[in-house]
Design a binder for this molecule. Structure first.
Ligand code: HEC
Length: 108
């Protein structure tokens, strides 16, 4: 294969492997499986707990709604940790993408 042909083949391959998902949704999915699945079930179930509007509300103002929902639960320290603030935007992207009214279903 000539170098040019190889390059064209490579770019076509890269284009085909592209999914409509943004990196943050995928990151959020991984974070969900790591941090939330043990209590709320798989990604399909977890994201479908709420509609897109409801997720927006829960993540508003540093995710205070979500933090409030876990007050008194064993997960409270996790939500109060400042690391949670760093992962919250990714989690939000994933949960919003697959919310109950999104019409999307994740494969996890
Ligand atoms: C240690 C267990 C635990 C973990 C981990 C956990 N939760 Fe929860 N979550 C609960 C409990 C308990 C409640 C309150 C009772 C309920 O509504 O199910 C709750 C409530 C919620 C609610 C509100 C439910 C409602 O109907 O209002 C949402 C949304 C939610 N959790 C999302 C998440 C997300 C997203 C994560 C991961 C970042 C997570 N939870 C991690 C246990 C957990």
């Amino acid at each position: 294969m000539k170098p040019f042909t190889a390059m064209v083949a490579l770019s076509i391959g890269a284009a085909l492997s592209l999914t409509p998902l943004s990196a943050d949704v995928l990151k959020g999915q991984k974070l969900y499986l790591k941090s939330c699945k043990k209590c709320h079930g798989n990604g399909t179930k977890g994201a479908a707990m709420k509609t897109q509007d409801e997720w927006e509300t829960l993540f508003e103002g540093s995710a205070s709604g979500l933090i409030e929902a876990h007050k008194g639960d064993s997960s409270e320290p996790f939500f109060k940790n400042k690391q949670f603030q760093e992962i919250a935007p990714h989690l939000r992207d994933f949960l919003y993408e697959y919310a109950a009214d999104s019409g999307n279903v994740p494969s996890c």
